[in-house]
Design a protein around this ligand. Structure first.
Ligand code: UDP
Ligand code: MG
Length: 324
């Protein structure tokens, strides 16, 4: 029998937090009075995470575990968890206890009232650097400015989704996954649930600046083609300025004898045009790279090991054919 509630937990080198996470999570779920399962996804950890997960799955048949063949990244780990969750509602939560498991009870209550997505909205964030807070704040505002899909501010992946939303998301086979935007895009009845984000229980953030930048780019490039518009606009402005320059050069050449002195302008124009062209090429390249990745049509992830699933049945519905 499929449980009412599935909780998906992506784990990458989380040996220091997992026992405590599992203790608190299963304790809270136990108090909720519904049937539940936890799906842990080991995203190619290099520490003892896999051993801990194997043990958790062995000790409790409500615990399921899938382990990737390598590190595929947080968004893909969560997607795999959604593929393997069988509950009527699915909650996504980080392994590091930054999102308090106790909030799930409130999410469940709202789901019972008929909301199909209940997303946690951070009222406060403890234990983050001023730099991360400021960049995150700016990023979500810029993203909303650029994107045609309104994406709620200060919202991460901590959320509850109804089965119908999970199935909708599983029909979206894109490789550069920005789940918090995709879930806004699918629609249905959604609402925010404000909560206070705690600091990491132990260990350190698995999102170094490099990954954060690439995640931010995924967000913008997957949800907006406005940067291409900017490239067009820059092309137009540069052409307009070039036209002025041409007129200026011709006037000097035809009506005066001081035209050799124009080299400064020429030099500047040359550099400027070169810069604009490279920038536009770069923007186009980013999109082409994404088209290239999509066109290969590779699977999103490979599972090397799983535990806790009844034989054969790894998910409730067969994975839908990708709709292209
Ligand atoms: N994570 C993952 N794969 C990765 C990076 C992170 O599965 O490549 C998991 C990580 O174990 C955690 C969650 O994603 O459960 C969020 O990561 P983290 O807490 O390091 O990010 P932060 O909260 O600092 O943004
Ligand atoms: Mg965290």
């Amino acid at each position: 029998m499929a449980p009412v509630l599935s909780v998906v937990v992506p784990c990458y080198n989380e040996e220091e937090v997992l026992s405590e996470t599992h203790r608190r999570l299963s304790g809270t779920l136990g108090d909720m009075g519904v049937s539940w399962e936890i799906v842990y996804v080991n995203d190619g950890s290099r520490d003892g995470t896999l051993d801990i997960l194997r043990k958790l799955a062995r000790d409790d048949d409500r615990v399921k575990m899938i382990s990737f063949s390598r590190n595929f990244g947080h968004q893909i780990a969560v997607s795999a968890g959604m593929d393997h969750a069988s509950g009527d509602a699915v909650v996504l939560i980080d392994a590091d206890l930054q999102d308090p498991p106790e909030v799930i009870a409130e999410m469940l209550a709202l789901w019972r009232q008929g909301y199909q997505v209940v997303y946690g909205q951070r009222r406060t964030r403890e234990g983050e650097t001023a730099f991360k807070l400021a960049t995150a704040r700016t990023f979500y505002r810029v993203l909303n400015h650029l994107s045609d899909t309104p994406i709620p501010l200060d919202t991460g992946d901590f959320r509850l989704m109804d089965r119908c939303v999970v199935e909708a998301m599983r029909h979206m086979p894109e490789r550069d996954r920005f789940l918090r935007g995709m879930v806004s895009w699918v629609g249905y009845r959604q609402r925010a649930l404000p909560y206070d984000r705690a600091k990491r229980f132990a260990g350190e953030s698995k999102y170094p600046l490099r990954k954060m930048i690439s995640f931010a780019l995924d967000g913008i490039l997957s949800f907006s083609t406005k940067p291409l518009r900017v490239a067009t606009f820059m092309g137009f402005s540069a052409s307009a300025m070039a036209l002025l320059g041409i007129l200026y050069a011709l006037v000097l050449r035809l009506f005066t004898n001081i035209w050799v002195s124009g080299w400064t302008l020429m030099f500047i124009a040359l550099l400027f045009m070169g810069g604009v062209q490279l920038l536009c090429l770069g923007i186009m390249g980013e999109y082409i790279g994404r088209i290239y990745r999509e066109s290969k049509g590779r699977p999103l992830y490979f599972v090397a090991e799983r535990a806790g699933f009844p034989d054969g049945a790894v998910s409730r519905a067969p994975k839908p054919d990708p709709v292209r």
